[in-house]
Design a protein around this ligand. Structure first.
Ligand SMILES: C[S@@+](CC[C@H](N)C(=O)[O-])C[C@H]1O[C@@H](n2cnc3c(N)ncnc32)[C@H](O)[C@@H]1O
Length: 273
């Protein structure tokens, strides 16, 4: 189980990851994350420098299209991660670090969200967040990802951890199946970010994401998003139709050009009636 309050990945995982990266096992994920963080830092610094604090390009102009926002990219990345897991037993990248999982779990615990509430992890990747939720007592967990290799990896991780009550399925969140509905909690760590980089009509895809979210989340259900692409103000704009902000969760700060910013935004929204 993760240690609440820990800011660092477990030593074993860190060493295995380092080994894998040095051997070139996971360059795609590392490059993607590094690129997003650079973009995000530059954008946050620019936003902080503007008197209105807003961000140009909310309509989608701020990010260039990238293969990093496409399914072939994630398929290839998770095939590599799957091989890495088979060789080392390591689940691979934890997006935004372990503290991002701690933040989500702590919030659920603070709100006393019942352990049997239906929870959906959108774009679950290796499924480690779901494993941690299961270890924290949550029993009604579903993870979806449009990459079959991500779902294969998350199944292997689930099996290794000896957990049976996590449902995993291949689904494109932009075209979800009709039975994907009725969730009390939806969680997104980096998936809306990835979709925002799609070279083909990213603005339309972001709008579709919001529509899909409205369909799968129950009225008054909670949506927890962690993003390194978007500022709080931008996310408020993106999710203004049908959602209201409940809380901004504290994230690590950085200083750039004498201004303080956050490298990651973590927000909790509630679906309106
Ligand atoms: C940055 S990774 C984050 C993975 C995971 N949430 C985590 O925190 O480790 C983005 C994930 O979103 C998935 N993804 C991107 N677009 C998707 C879509 N339209 N439907 C479902 N999954 C998608 C990718 O396959 C990838 O697993």
């Amino acid at each position: 189980m993760i240690t609440h309050g820990s800011e660092e990945p477990a030593a074993g995982r860190k060493a295995a990851l380092k080994k894998g990266k040095e051997a070139g096992n996971s360059p795609g994920l590392a490059t993607f994350r590094a690129r997003l963080l650079v973009l995000r830092s530059a954008r946050a610094a620019a936003a902080a420098a503007r008197p209105e604090g807003g961000m140009a390009g909310v309509g989608g102009a701020a990010f260039g299209p990238s293969a990093l926002g496409t399914k072939p990219h994630w398929d290839a990345a998770y095939e590599r991660e799957l091989r890495f897991f088979q060789d080392t037993g390591d689940a691979g990248e934890i997006w935004f670090g372990e503290e991002s999982m701690v933040r989500v779990i702590r919030w659920l615990e603070k709100q006393k969200v019942p352990h049997d509430s239906p929870v959906l992890d959108i774009g679950t990747g290796n499924g480690v967040l779901l494993v941690e939720l299961a270890k924290s007592g949550y029993t009604n967990l579903t993870g979806i990802d449009y990459s079959p290799s991500a779902i294969k990896l998350s199944e292997k991780v689930r099996e290794k951890e000896g957990i049976s009550n996590i449902k995993l399925q291949v689904e494109d969140f932009l075209a979800p199946s009709a039975d994907l509905s009725g969730f009390q909690i939806c969680i997104d760590k980096g998936t809306f970010d990835a979709i925002s980089l799609n070279p083909d009509n990213a603005v339309g895809k972001r709008k579709q994401y919001v529509r899909s979210l409205r369909n799968v989340l129950k009225p008054e259900g909670f949506f927890l998003i962690t993003s390194c692409n978007w500022t709080k103000e931008e996310l408020l704009e993106e999710f203004r139709e049908g959602f209201e902000i409940l809380e901004e969760l504290p994230t690590p700060k950085f200083c750039f050009g004498g201004r303080i910013g956050n490298s990651v935004t973590a927000l909790v929204f509630q679906r309106k009636e």
